[in-house]
Design a protein around this ligand. Structure first.
Ligand SMILES: Nc1ncnc2c1ncn2[C@@H]1O[C@H](COP(=O)(O)OP(=O)(O)O)[C@@H](O)[C@H]1O
Ligand SMILES: C=C(OP(=O)(O)O)C(=O)O
Ligand SMILES: [K+]
Ligand SMILES: [Mg+2]
Length: 573
């Protein structure tokens, strides 16, 4: 690089109190439960770069990937990001990452590809629903999409956990509970389908734990019942808040204004079924495992050791779902132990008064930022879009607030799993994210959040200081991008933590690291088979990216490298 490069080499190194009243924050008419294509840029050798063939545009502006050639000369670029780069310009790529729950509405190859083209960074499968064959099909379809079309969509497997939930509704997706109707919730084992208004409950202690007068919330309050009689394994309940009850809906028991946690609080966080699902996830090579109803750091540590022992070195990120009172009590230790966090507002809002959810969300987002863990905001972001093609203004405001808090990722649940408008919902998340991120930059709202030192080793501290300085320099100099060359992704995450104004291009030689980085704010992960020579890495990157029109001569770039612990500022030649 005969450019004006300055190199600094550092040494290596309670819900509503009235029991039968309707939840004040849930309108009674709500019936549904809460709920890039990559271009492999290929050339036979780096000297071929000048004659690098242009990709073939197809009418909708999506580019057909080029065939892979010699791996040493390729760079895997997420084509959805590339399209955004072309459309919105270098500095305006989307920073907030998008997670889509895959369900019956989106499990086909075409639908999955449409989501990937629409900006899905992570595909989530929820082990509460469907069987393993179904999940295997989805996971493999995502992998195929990545392999054949160059995307880097990560797969997240979400465990069922030991929650109390209803059984199936005899094959029907839902049933309507009307005001005053008497329904029976039973723990009798049944392999056959039960008559209408008799519902199986999966938790054996249920009939003993409930008392007459308790309230039963279906899916956090989408329908409500009052316990009127106990008859051995059967619990008779009267519907006090009518609503649509979905198959396998979650149940919470409320007494005197708070959630009842009797023996169900003693159930293991990871059930025996979850362990089998986890083995399945490891075998299928998922990128993340999200653990439902985490209560303490211990279970996260346990699972992480299990994965290390079982997976033979492949790295799976463990995401702690914060959705219970116990998790809130042990929040910091849980976040420290995990590789990422999900603010699972659906169940969280069924366990604490709804009006507490927003401040808790903000607290979790801030803590994750300090501790350098990616955080996902989940549930009901665009709930009305399950049925309608446009979101409510309130939903857009909620999404905006999550983006403004600079959460790493937003998640769709029912909207993408079983809603009528999965792609539209994703495009709403995308456009709201872009608009709020731009507004933030225009306002020059460099937040006052002071980042504490997060590193434990001295070597990590050096990386952290480099990233803090690089982000500050990037903002002060108005650079076009920060490039970070990273082996394990750690330096890229430290940079993401600083939330710089410009995009972060993260280059790694590992496809799995690349997929995992796809969950983190502002990172555009590329796979590049790099060498130990930074000079040649940079030259090759510039050539490849210039050939794609992703950078231009004269662009100002800061480049970091984790193995060298170096920082350089330069113009693209
Ligand atoms: N694999 C699946 N098979 C069938 N339905 C699914 C699947 N995944 C999700 N769904 C549907 O999408 C809804 C929303 O998904 P999600 O939020 O992940 O689950 P839940 O509402 O149980 O927490 C579910 O209630 C269910 O109706
Ligand atoms: C994301 C959540 O978990 P699940 O969808 O598995 O209930 C939630 O409760 O908000
Ligand atoms: K789950
Ligand atoms: Mg949940």
């Amino acid at each position: 690089m005969a450019t004006a490069a300055r190199t600094l080499h550092l040494p290596a190194p309670p819900k509503p109190s009235s029991p039968s009243s309707h939840h004040p924050l849930i309108p009674s008419h709500i019936r549904l439960r809460r709920r890039s294509r990559v271009h492999r840029i290929a050339a036979s050798s780096s000297s071929d770069l000048t004659s690098f063939p242009e990709p073939t545009p197809i009418p909708n502006g999506v580019y057909v990937p080029l065939a892979a050639a010699h791996p040493a000369a390729t760079i895997d670029v997420d084509a959805a990001t590339e399209a955004e780069l072309r459309e919105n310009g270098f500095r305006s790529t989307r920073r907030t990452k998008l997670v889509c729950t895959v369900g019956p509405a989106t499990c086909g190859a075409d639908e999955l590809e449409a989501l990937a083209v629409g900006g899905m960074n992570v595909a989530r499968v929820n082990m509460c629903h469907g069987d393993r064959e179904w999940h295997r099909g989805v996971i493999r379809a995502v992998r195929k999409l990545n392999d054949e079309k160059g995307f880097a969509v990560a797969v997240m497997m979400d465990t069922e956990g030991s929650e109390i939930h209803m059984g199936d509704l005899g094959g029907a997706p839902s049933a309507k509970a009307e005001d005053g109707e008497v329904w029976t919730f039973t723990i009798r084992s049944s392999d056959t389908s039960l008559p209408d208004r008799i519902i199986h409950v999966n938790y054996d202690g249920f009939a003993e734990d409930v008392k007459v007068g308790d309230e039963l919330f279906v899916d956090g309050g989408m329908a409500r019942f009052e316990v009127i009689e106990k008859l051995g394994p059967d619990v008779k309940c009267r519907c006090t808040d009518p609503g649509l009850v979905l198959a396998r809906a979650n149940l919470t028991i409320w007494r005197d204004g708070s959630v009842v946690r009797e023996r169900n609080a003693m159930l293991p966080t990871i059930s025996s079924k979850d362990w089998l699902d986890i083995d399945f996830g490891i075998a299928e090579g998922v990128d993340f495992i999200a653990v439902s109803f985490v209560k303490s750091a211990e279970v996260i540590n346990h699972l992480k050791s299990y994965i290390t022992a079982r997976s033979g070195g492949s790295d799976i990120g463990v995401i702690a779902k914060i959705e219970s009172i116990d998790a809130l009590k042990n929040l910091e230790e849980i976040i420290r132990a995990s590789d990422g966090v999900m603010v699972a507002r659906g169940d969280l809002g069924a366990q604490i008064p709804l009006e507490q959810v927003p401040s808790i969300q903000q607290r979790i987002v801030k803590m994750c930022r300090q501790l350098n863990k990616p955080v996902i905001i989940a549930s009901q972001l665009l709930e009305s879009m399950i049925e309608y093609p446009t979101p409510t203004r309130a939903e857009v405001a909620d999404v905006s607030e999550a983006v403004r808090q600079r959460a790493d990722a937003l998640m769709l649940s029912g909207e993408s799993a079983m809603g009528r408008y999965p792609e539209k919902a994703l495009s709403v998340l995308r456009s709201v994210s872009l608009r709020i991120e731009r507004w933030w930059r225009e306002q020059k709202r460099h937040e006052a959040l002071e980042l504490y030192n997060v590193s434990s080793s001295f070597s990590d501290k050096i990386s952290e200081e480099i990233c803090n300085s690089a982000a500050k320099m990037a903002n002060n100099l108005g650079v076009d991008a920060v490039f970070v060359y990273t082996k394990d992704g750690h330096m890229a995450s430290l940079l993401s933590r600083c939330r710089p104004d410009c995009p972060i291009f993260a280059f790694t030689s590992s496809t799995s690291v690349r997929r995992r980085l796809n969950l983190q704010w502002g990172l555009i992960p590329f796979r590049l088979s790099d060498s130990d020579d930074m000079e040649s890495n940079l030259n090759r990157t510039f050539s490849l990216l210039k050939a794609r029109g992703m950078v231009q001569s004269g662009d100002l770039v800061i480049a970091l490298c984790d193995t060298l612990q170096s920082i350089q500022v330069m113009n693209v030649p």
